[in-house]
Design a protein around this ligand. Structure first.
Ligand code: AMP
Ligand code: MG
Length: 345
């Protein structure tokens, strides 16, 4: 110990806690992990990346959606389930079982707006690839016939996809589940506050160390990722946005985005540009964001209002915003938008 410390001067005692932010790539997207510590903790970040790698190798179906770029990798558990469609049931490991059962719960709740058997359509549109394109009407009709969550059987011996060509795709909720697991990792490692940002799927863990809420930017769905239309102060909540900004392509002067309406086989096309769900846990927020985006403003609003503890921010293409009652007074609007009062009914 130096003299300065012996004399009790500033700079001694407990090392200064700073918000450490670490960035990387995992699960096909960007990861930012933040936590209060005197110095970055590479081992913690390595554990987070290992956890996401494990989830990716179990939950994602890149090999079936984008085969050329994933050649040589062992099939994931969900890919094995899809390969057995029309043949036999497949017992999934615990993470994918839990995520698929949750997806089915939200399929029921959203009356099929969220459909975990959307895989054949996602594949036809090339949504997960670097070369998406509009499929022909015949292909859309044929693929739409393979999308039916009510046909997926959850048997004691495993899940069974009864028709060849059926495919489970958990892309609508896998990031949320991963964010929940990262939150648990932070807490198990002794951090009671921090931030998980997995490709825009954000979890604000606890509060800031001074007890104040985090001030988190709300994604502007009409602008690229990282452009905010307002700020929300929150503690221990996840913010998940589904919208037209995230992934899209243009063909013959028309723009197509990546969230498909299972009923039509085409990207959900209505007044909504995006919706941000505010909830804990993140997986449920992720399931709701996709469900609500497919349902549109009015039916989506009804679904959100039927769920206790769930708040949301709805943004229309003509720059109107509706927020649920629990956010009135705390949400701070900053963009060129008009905040509506009342219900969009
Ligand atoms: P998100 O960004 O969370 O709304 O999820 C979008 C992803 O979920 C897409 O990239 C697809 O893999 C998948 N997806 C698209 N439409 C649907 C749908 N209607 N139901 C379930 N998953 C979908
Ligand atoms: Mg989602």
């Amino acid at each position: 110990m130096g003299w300065a410390c012996f004399l009790g001067l500033a700079g001694c005692g407990a090392p200064e806690m700073k918000l450490q932010k670490q960035y990387g790539e995992a699960m096909g997207t960007t990861l930012m992990l933040a936590y209060y510590a005197p110095a970055p903790q590479p081992a913690l970040f390595d554990k987070a990346v290992a956890l996401l790698d494990q989830l990716e190798s179990e939950l994602t179906i890149w090999g079936q959606l984008d085969a050329p770029t994933r050649a040589g990798k062992a099939p994931s558990a969900v890919e094995i389930l899809n390969a057995a469609a029309g043949k036999e049931p497949v017992a999934l490991p615990p993470d994918s079982t839990f995520v698929l059962r949750t997806a089915l719960k939200y399929a029921r709740l959203s009356q099929g707006a969220l459909d975990p058997t959307i895989g054949p359509l996602v594949q036809a549109w090339g949504i997960a690839t670097s070369h998406p394109s509009v499929p022909t009407g015949e292909v859309v009709t044929a693929r739409r016939g393979l999308v039916d969550w009510t046909a997926l059987e959850d048997r004691p011996e495993g899940f069974f996809l009864p028709r060849p060509g059926m495919m489970v795709d958990l892309g609508a909720i896998a990031k949320g589940y991963a964010a929940d697991k990262l939150k648990t990792l932070l807490i198990n490692e002794g951090f009671s506050s921090g931030i998980v940002d997995l490709g825009g799927n954000v979890f604000l863990v606890g509060a800031k160390t001074d007890g104040q809420p985090w001030r988190v930017g709300v994604q502007d769905p009409l602008e690229p990722r990282g452009t905010y239309l307002g700020v929300l102060p929150v503690k221990d909540k996840s913010l998940v946005t589904s919208g037209i900004y995230e992934r899209y392509f243009e063909e013959n002067g028309k723009t197509y985005h990546h969230i498909l309406d299972p009923k039509t086989g085409y990207p959900a096309n209505h007044e909504l540009a995006g919706v941000t769900i505010v909830h804990n846990p993140s997986m449920e927020a992720d399931a709701l964001s996709t469900s609500v985006f497919v349902l549109g403003l009015k039916r989506g609003w009804e679904l959100v209002r039927s769920q206790p503890e769930v708040e949301a921010i709805f943004v229309t293409r003509d720059r109107k915003i509706w927020i649920t009652p629990g956010l009135v007074g705390s949400f701070e609007l900053s963009g060129e938008y008009t905040l509506q009062t009342g219900e969009p009914l």
